[in-house]
Design a protein around this ligand. Structure first.
Ligand SMILES: [Mn+2]
Length: 295
């Protein structure tokens, strides 16, 4: 098994813009496979790594876009392993990534986002969370059902100004939870309303520090079947990267990202894992362009 994402360095001497951080945690026994997500993503990223063993500049090439990561400066910080949310919180809180560096957290069920957002609130006062997800995750029961209530819990963090539930769909949603979230001032954009509402969302993001949490069940399960709660229908890979690109481009700054709910023990782990690898590379490419055009 390959040790790092895209064979990036683990201890860079220079200053870098991004770091990959694996999270090995799950909040329920039936989700255990999510702990394997980060290492599976590293393993599947190997085919996109430089053939000569070098790590920077990355030579990922697409016929449409050219060398998409040639200016991207990233490293791999390794894994955070925990057996309770309290332990995860302590370990994530003490994580010492380089100042100004945008972390890309990979792995775990959605409960981990409470801890990663709390960590970002240490560095930023005013954070807007964009949640790519089929489900609102806003029920009010963090103890009993952490990954189904994580956004409700995040809403209680002082530094969080708003949550955008982006692309929710399917029959596993909860009406009182969605109403409660709207009442708290959050924005709900169902999948079938994205095209109608995305322009006003982008306008709203332009002076915001944005944290993106990406639940793999956002995608149509044809593209990402290895997740705990797949929902039929939903956005294609092409639609997904189109929205990611716009949201990254229009936000003032992307302060952090996570990719959660990938369970390599569920059916289709390779397609879902390879989809994550590509979503991360596309995001890094858009964020790098952003850094180089705003400085
Ligand atoms: Mn979720």
């Amino acid at each position: 098994m390959r040790k790092t994402f895209l064979e990036l360095e683990t201890n860079p001497l220079n200053s870098y813009d991004f770091c990959f951080i694996g999270i090995k945690y799950c909040s329920a026994d039936y989700l255990l496979g999510v702990q394997k997500a980060a290492d599976k993503v590293r393993e599947l990223s190997f085919r996109y790594a430089n053939a000569d063993g070098s790590s920077i500049p990355l030579k990922v090439y697409s016929p449409e876009e050219g060398y998409i990561l040639k200016d991207t400066r990233a490293y791999d910080l390794g894994n955070v392993c925990a057996s309770s949310l309290e332990e995860l919180e302590n370990k994530i809180f003490r994580l010492n990534f380089q100042a100004g560096c945008t972390p890309i957290f990979v792995g775990g069920d959605h409960s981990i986002t409470y801890e990663t957002v709390k960590r970002m609130a240490k560095d930023y006062d005013d954070i807007l969370v964009v949640q790519f997800d089929a489900h609102s995750d806003f029920i009010d029961d963090f103890e009993g059902y952490p990954h189904g209530s994580v956004m409700n819990e995040i809403c209680k963090i002082n530094q969080i100004s708003k949550i955008i539930h982006f692309g929710i769909r399917g029959n596993l949603n909860c009406e009182p939870a969605i109403c409660e979230s709207r009442k708290m001032g959050n924005i709900v954009i169902p999948y079938d309303k994205i095209e109608e509402e995305i322009n006003s969302l982008l306008e709203f993001l332009k002076d915001k520090n944005v944290y993106i949490t990406f639940d793999m069940d956002f995608l149509n399960p044809i593209y990402a079947p290895a997740t705990n709660c797949p929902e039929p229908g939903g956005p294609s890979y092409e639609e997904t990267i189109k929205y990611l690109k716009k949201i990254i481009k229009f936000s003032k700054k992307i302060i952090g990202m996570d990719f959660v709910e990938y369970n390599p023990d569920c059916e289709g782990p390779i397609i879902t894992g390879t989809t994550i690898v590509n979503l991360i590379m596309e995001s890094l490419s858009y964020m790098t362009t952003k850094i180089n055009t705003t400085v």
